[in-house]
Each structure stands twice: as C-alpha cells, then as structure tokens.
Ligand binder design. Structure first.
Ligand SMILES: [Zn+2]
Ligand SMILES: [Zn+2]
Length: 355
C-alpha cells in the first residue's frame, strides 16, 4: 500500500458532467464511509440551480471532471456516526451550497461560514483537505459532516424544500439583513428561481412587494406569489413612476442591467443588493448613490444558523418553491429550459430516478 491511510468509500448512482460540452450522463459516485461526525443522507429531491449549469459547463473556470453538481438537497438521514448529536436516522434534512468551512476564522465564528476567510468547501467541485473534490446532489445519497446538515421542519414537503437550500437562503439572507418587514417597500428584480422566492419571503415578512420584470408576462403569477405591484422594466414610464420609492431592491438578475437607473428607484438610505452576478463588471454613476445616500451591496447565500432560521420561517409560513419535478433522464432538457427561462420556477429532480 502506497499510503499510510486509506479512506473507505462506497458508491451511489448519480449523474455527472464529464466535460464542458457533453450532456450530463449516468455516473457512479464515491462517498466516504460515515465518520464519527458524519451523516449519511438518502437524497429524495435535488433542485437545479443556474450555478449547476455554469459549473457543469466550466463557465466559471475549468471544472474538476467528472463533476456531480447539485446543491439544493433534501432527503432523509440513513445513518449517523457515533458522535453525531444534531441528527438521527429518519430525520428530514437538507444540504445547501456548503459542506464545510475552516470553523475558526472570525466569519465562521460569527456564523457566516459562507464568508469563511479560507473559503468554504462548496457542495460540489471544491477541493478537499485530502486532495479530492466534493461531489454534489444529483445522486441517490451523500455523506456530510453534521454541522452542515440542516433540519427540514414539518410544514414544508421535501420536494418544495429542496430549492430553499440555495434559492431560499440566497434571498432570505439579504431580506433579513436589510430588515424587510412591515412598513418597508421592497422591489424584486427578475421573477425566476431566486426572484419567486424573494417575493414569497418578503411578503411573508410583511413588506410591501413590487416585482420589476422585463415584461408583464408573469404578472398574474407574481401577484399570486405575494407581490402587491408588478411593473415592466421595458416600459420607460416604470422608472419615472417609481422614482425614489423603495427601501430595498433585491436584484436577482445575472445579466447586465442599468444599475444607475435602478439605484434612482431607492429612497434616501435605500439599498440595492445584488444576489445575481453577470460575468462582466457593472457600471454605476456615483451621483445616483450620492444623491440619496444610497447603497449598492451584494450578498452570498447565508450561514448555517441563518439557513436553519430560513427553513423554520418557511415551515411556519408554509412556504416552499414552485417546482416542476423531473426524472434524471430529463436533466439535460431541463438545463436548456432554464437557459430559456422556461420554468416556473425551479426544476427538482426526483432522486429515486438515479437508481
Ligand atoms: Zn445555487
Ligand atoms: Zn472560516
């Protein structure tokens, strides 16, 4: 044996990307055996996030192929290690975008593991301490250290809970941080996977919610999801009419937008927060910031403690994602439909179809 230690593993059926330009295909992924602090999860549902597509196609830099993507995982605990205290066999659990972090930097200690100074360990395509790479949720099972496993409370079904682990926390965290609630006017830019959750959550928090979408195509949906108002950004009157009217704008759009025009929709002290990011830098006219003591901010998912808070909040308010459940053999077709914005509002893979 060439190594003094050996990591024992087992395998589960999965789907993987093997190169940037080939479709995802059936794959057998290795998982580590359950260690003392590990939880083995039978995955029931796995959401499809736009980040999965970027990674599978190496659009955010070269991926470590073969890569199993997926970071919106909902399932049931199948086995726990000897020292696990937070979860037990049979519990309904979820895993989001991170599976570990350094746990000792100031940000980890503050519960903001997503901003770990050493970089958090992503659920997929992240290099681990032993030199391997993490493999994500498009699979029948996964092993994760207990501290990065969330509890999915009664009150939210596993299929509609899966997208909460990325789309839910990505929108909940900035809404909470910038105090969306009664008396606050919140605008959500874009009504897609992230945007539809932002509308539901902001409404449940008690804010007055406005959707700013390119057209009025999804207006009926938006109002049903909890929006009070709906405007088309393709109509130039929209920007004149809504001048200086919002406390908070959550921008979920990853494409280039006219940031300055949106900043002018904020009241004095208002904040626009980006959760989507286009590849190229965005431009801003500083006068739009100065003219109203406005802020332009960004936000990345949420810490583990806040993710649990979000799940508890969603359960309490009976909130889940609007989903279309698919089988594993429909993943590639679903990717094309995500890119064409032809999904209302999240694809979720039935993990029994990985078998
Ligand atoms: Zn995601
Ligand atoms: Zn850290």
């Amino acid at each position: 044996m060439s190594r003094v230690w050996e990591i024992m593993t087992f395998t589960v059926p999965a789907y993987a990307a093997t190169s940037a330009n080939e479709p995802l295909a059936p794959f057998t992924v290795e998982r580590r055996d359950v260690g003392p602090k590990d939880v083995r999860i039978d995955i029931k549902y796995s959401g499809i996030c736009h980040s999965d597509i970027h990674t599978a196609r190496s659009e955010w830099g070269p991926a470590n192929y073969p890569v199993v993507v997926g970071h919106e995982i909902a399932g049931v605990v199948a086995e726990v290690g000897a020292d696990v205290t937070r979860h037990k066999v049979g519990d309904r659990v979820g895993v989001g975008c991170m599976v570990d972090s350094c746990r000792e930097c100031e940000n980890c200690l503050a519960g903001d593991e997503q901003y770990c100074r050493k970089g958090n360990t992503g659920t997929y395509n992240s290099v681990t301490a032993d030199g391997g790479t993490t493999q994500g949720g498009y699979a029948a099972g996964i092993v994760v250290t207990e501290d990065f496993v969330l509890s999915i409370p009664e009150g939210v079904e596993l299929d509609v809970a899966a997208p909460l682990l990325c789309a839910g926390i990505t929108t909940y965290s900035p809404l909470r941080h910038w105090n969306a609630g009664p008396g606050k006017k919140v605008a959500v830019v874009g009504l897609g996977g992230l945007g539809h959750m932002a509308v539901k959550i902001a409404h449940a928090m008690g804010a007055e919610v406005t959707v700013l979408s390119q057209s009025l195509k999804k207006q009926e949906d938006g109002l049903k999801l909890g929006a009070d108002h709906y405007f088309a950004t393709s109509d130039p009157d929209t920007f004149a009419q809504l001048d200086s009217s919002f406390d908070l704008i959550v921008n979920t759009v990853s494409a280039r937008i006219d940031v300055t025009a949106y900043l002018r929709l904020l009241k004095v002290d208002g904040t626009m927060v980006n959760v989507g990011a286009p590849e190229d830098p965005l431009e801003v006219n500083a006068f739009a910031l100065i003219g109203g003591r406005r802020s332009w901010a960004g936000s990345n998912i949420g810490g583990i403690r806040e993710t649990q808070e979000m799940l508890d909040f969603c359960a309490e308010h009976h909130l889940g994602a609007e989903i279309e459940v698919i089988g594993a053999d429909q993943i590639n077709e679903a990717y094309e439909r995500v890119l064409a914005s032809d999904v209302r509002y999240r694809f979720v893979i039935d993990a029994s179809t990985f078998a």
